[in-house]
Design a protein around this ligand. Structure first.
Ligand code: SAM
Length: 299
């Protein structure tokens, strides 16, 4: 059964009395080459960094299972989390040939990620691979980056390969030398290296989304490589720096950290060697770490 054949998708859904739901961000892939390429991008990296041991993958939003099918063929174990209960009986059918897959009917954002990975995939190294529901791309990615680390900062996740809207992909992969750089780009840069791999046009989906999509791979550092006293303060500083897009770093930070005087913030900016009129989008993640350490002393 070709799970990307549009007639198969429609017939499976109508047999089970369901249809695509916009509210769940359901745009199903209808070109088999795309899930094959997404899986290959995920698995080839996973194997290059974890050549030995059992491989596992976590998928968020399997839909009717076209990407899940490829993941089950490549990885030793696949765990998929799907919010839409009407798709579960379809997945039972489309994945019936595999005994290395488990589908959980839950809202991914309500799960305790660490507990889930430990319980279901404890002995394996884990990658994440998904065609994400676009309405919750950023919270899902942040949950994956933040929620899978132990008390020493070691991540249970090796890499995250996801399809997102192209404009989001550009932001995820931007750096301080390129446009589109924002709070999410700086936060991701703290955890790993993001790369946009290829674009996918709307005609490859049912129903077609309004915009072009891109596949992005984030290769996570085993542990954070940047030194900062408080991660909490780092993310607050990043949020503060980008809180007022067209303003200087000084103005954005002083309205965000209302407990610190503007003079003090100006002093910190100059002490760190930045021009007085610099904007947040010129600061690298390393710069943000230095800035956060100085701000922390004042709060
Ligand atoms: N993987 C399929 C494909 O590529 O054709 C479907 C991808 S579709 C863009 C997004 C999927 O995420 C849908 O199956 C949707 O029901 C599911 N989804 C949406 N919100 C979710 C959530 N909070 N937790 C888990 N799954 C979710």
């Amino acid at each position: 059964m070709n799970l990307c054949d549009i007639r198969v998708v429609k017939s499976l859904m109508s047999q089970h009395g369901t249809g695509t739901k916009k509210g769940f961000g359901q745009n199903f892939l209808i070109n088999k080459q795309i899930p094959e390429a997404i899986c290959e991008a995920s698995y080839s990296y996973h194997k290059s960094v974890n050549p030995q041991g059992k491989s596992a993958v976590l998928e968020i939003g399997p839909g009717i299972g076209c990407l899940t099918y490829e993941l089950c063929r490549a990885y030793d174990k696949t765990l998929a989390v799907e919010i839409d209960s009407s798709l579960i009986p379809i997945l039972d059918k489309t994945l019936s040939e595999f005994d290395n897959v488990k589908v959980i009917n839950e809202d991914f954002l309500k799960l305790d990620l660490k507990e889930l990975l430990e319980k279901e995939l404890g002995e394996c190294t884990v990658s994440v691979c998904a065609n994400l529901p676009y309405y919750i791309t950023t919270p899902i990615i942040m949950a994956l980056l933040e929620g899978a680390r132990d008390e020493n900062g070691k991540s249970a996740i090796t890499s995250i390969t996801v399809m997102v809207q192209k404009e989001v992909a550009l932001r995820l992969c931007a750096n301080e030398k390129k446009g589109d750089y924002g709070a999410i780009s700086a936060s991701i840069a703290y955890y790993g290296r993001a790369e946009r791999l290829f674009d996918v046009t709307p005609d490859n989906f049912l129903p077609p989304p309004k915009v072009t999509s891109s596949v992005v791979r984030i290769e996570l550092y085993d542990k954070p490589i940047y030194k900062v006293n408080s991660e909490k303060m780092l993310f607050k500083t990043i949020a503060g720096a980008f809180s007022q897009r067209r303003k200087t770093l000084l103005n954005s930070l002083s309205s965000y950290f209302s407990g610190i005087s503007k003079e003090k913030i100006s002093e910190i900016i100059s002490q760190l060697g930045f021009p007085p009129d610099i904007r947040g989008e010129r600061l690298s993640v390393e710069d943000f770490c230095r800035l956060a350490d100085e701000i922390e002393k004042e709060v």
